[in-house]
Ligand binder design. Sequence first.
Ligand SMILES: Nc1ncnc2c1ncn2[C@@H]1O[C@H](COP(=O)(O)OP(=O)(O)OP(=O)(O)O)[C@@H](O)[C@H]1O
Ligand SMILES: [Mg+2]
Length: 319
Amino acid sequence: MDKTVNKEILKVKDLSISFTQYNGLKKETLQTIHNLNVSVHEKEIVAIVGASGSGKSLLAHSILGILPYNAHINGEIYFCGELLTEEKKKMERGKNIALIPQSISYLNPLMKIGPQIRKGDNSFKAKQKCSEILKKYRLDEKIANMYPFQLSGGMIRRVLISTAVYSSPKLILADEPTPGLDSKTLKHIAEHFQELANEGMGVLIITHDLDMALKIANRIVVFYDGITIEDISTDDFSSVDNLNHPYTKALFHAMPQNGFHSFSLEYPLSTSDKKGCSFYNNCSHANCDCLVDIPWKKTNSGFVRCLLEKEEKNALNSF
Ligand SMILES: Nc1ncnc2c1ncn2[C@@H]1O[C@H](COP(=O)(O)OP(=O)(O)OP(=O)(O)O)[C@@H](O)[C@H]1O
Ligand SMILES: [Mg+2]
């Protein structure tokens, strides 16, 4: 990555999302995201890595302004230095901010692929651009005249990527962009993300697949139970010694190339105001100091939310 050009494209600052729901007649608030911070710069690929249900898709939907009606959002989101209001989100989505959605159901089943990618533009120029993009993603241009049900799952994934890049956005939000793709296609997709970043776009990949994230991204943001716990350069994953949070270390040990050491998680700490380290119940070094809001601490290549000192962290380096 060219480190000299680093204009900030996206900045999510202290984002919280909660839902109002009813349990019988009782009104309840479900806090899903708490204190989420992430930024993406020009020419940068950032991966948010977190378990299923940790709030990754909600993050993408909050940036685009497509959260469900019972969601309440707090915190600030900036796009190219400007506060992203709900009005601005509407103007930017599908143009300067594009989503590669997690679910293939985002495609209209009754509309041919071509018009969906071209967003209804039937001009010769638009058709030509559409064919070029399809070719780039190793799809036959003939599929422009097909319906989604005529394509395989892997082809649909590549159509979703084509749809997102068609408008040449400044920011791409890719929500689990690679499930079901074979390793050769994954390699091509990784190269394409790199190409998009080289052209100046910022790419935010949202995934549970750390292995894939390390192959594609420049920076990894680890997400646990709705909170960002570590922000670290991909290069630092070369050794467990460089990792700072016990959860990041556990993810490292769980990777096949690092021994496949599985770990079972206790339920995260459940307090109504979500104060305290969310990894408290799973950390052998946790103490009562960890039961308050943990501030960001600067690390070698990023930030961590953990009070452990270096010697205590080192005790977590091996299995
Ligand atoms: N409309 C809603 N009302 C109440 N809770 C919701 C609503 N939408 C999402 N949630 C909850 O928010 C949490 C985060 O959901 P989200 O879809 O962002 O998870 P995720 O990290 O993307 O998971 P996955 O990896 O499985 O896609 C989940 O626990 C989910 O049940
Ligand atoms: Mg999701």
